[in-house]
Ligand binder design. Sequence first.
Ligand SMILES: NC(=O)c1ccc[n+]([C@@H]2O[C@H](COP(=O)([O-])OP(=O)(O)OC[C@H]3O[C@@H](n4cnc5c(N)ncnc54)[C@H](OP(=O)(O)O)[C@@H]3O)[C@@H](O)[C@H]2O)c1
Length: 410
Amino acid sequence: MSKESYSDPLPVGVIPDLDYTPKQMRAWVIRKERHGEPTKSFQEEIMPVPECGPNDVLVLVVATGINFNGVWAGLGEPISVLDVHKGDFHIAGSDCSGIVWDVGSNVKSWKKGDEVIIHCGVESEEPHSNMTQSNADFISYDPMVSKQAQIWGYETPNGCFAQFTRVQVQQILKKPKHLSWEDAASYALCYFTAYRMLITKANIQPGEVVLVWGAAGGLGVFALQICKMMGAKAIAVVSSNDKFKMCEELGAVGVINRKDFPNLPYKKNETEEESKLRFKEMKNFGKKIWEILGERKSPNVIFEHPGETTFPTSVFVCERFGRVVICAGTTGYDCMFDVRYLWMLQKDVIGSHFANALECVRANELVHQGLINPVVSEIFNYDEIPKAHQLMYENKHSGKMVCMVQGTKS
Ligand SMILES: NC(=O)c1ccc[n+]([C@@H]2O[C@H](COP(=O)([O-])OP(=O)(O)OC[C@H]3O[C@@H](n4cnc5c(N)ncnc54)[C@H](OP(=O)(O)O)[C@@H]3O)[C@@H](O)[C@H]2O)c1
């Protein structure tokens, strides 16, 4: 096709010749005045194609992953991301697969036409600028120590729910050849987050027991696979029996339906009677874990992200000297727990957030080797990006959802 025959913006589902870059692109845009549920907050607009700085790469988005941060960005909760990056628009989208379309003048390791995936860890231009000697020694120059470290497509305004996206060169990773575009688009954010939580932060060991909340969700499907790969025993928690088989296939040694424990969730302002019932239910939940393991053993590690409703149980059921590793508070941030169970039994609570560039590279290598695999539950088209987020908001999905952009379903 000649350049003249392409429209500007391109139609979705079309991959043009590499030498054609339109000036405009289609994008799903969030603005402050329409914060709310995804079907309201995501609106399609025509936006300029971003320009490449010297250390940047422009990528044509072939397929994009759906993540919970798009839901938060749309809701404007707990804060508006537009107040974070101070822009007047926000294009969400924090992982995708695509084709390198242009490279900045300093970029030598990638060229036009390379097939890539993108991770969402934006590094500071001066990564060590706010380090003190003590935290530098402790953290071994983890670039995430920088106050300028950001999540692309959440704390920055140009994510990948658009035909093109611009990223830092270090965000680019090789697309595994054996994966389809949609599988390749699906894993970077959740898998790399689960990798840092379990491998770096909780340092899970062979034979340890790991309790995985939301085990059939985006983070959970990777937590289960990481545990299996490391020789740890994952116990999955889900909210319906339909999800049991999937968790077992991903390596869980047992699965618990949280709905069998109706008094387990912590509620704000609960009465004394409700607290007593919840305490009793936490014990029942602990017994269920013993039943699965066939011995009176508690989980060494708890993989936490629901937050407020589950956190007291996580601290309670965790083994002596165990670790509760947490990266989110989907149900709320005010985590209440009885601290006696923490200090007397010497447990640790560990915060974790996405992953650094080295962890992304190492984790991606395991996908190249086929040791960790994407779990795509549903593939949508570009027009359905708000609908896919709505399903996530309503907890009506499992695994990872993907939307095609310039690619077509394989
Ligand atoms: N800090 C980071 O770097 C980072 C990275 C990725 C994600 N996150 C955050 O982590 C959270 C989860 O992300 P995700 O992609 O895994 O989302 P997801 O695909 O929606 O999965 C979360 C799972 O949590 C479970 N869940 C929902 N409500 C629950 C409750 N009240 N009690 C217990 N479990 C509940 C659901 O499973 P069942 O209903 O089957 O139990 C759901 O499948 C989100 O808040 C996201 O923003 C943070």
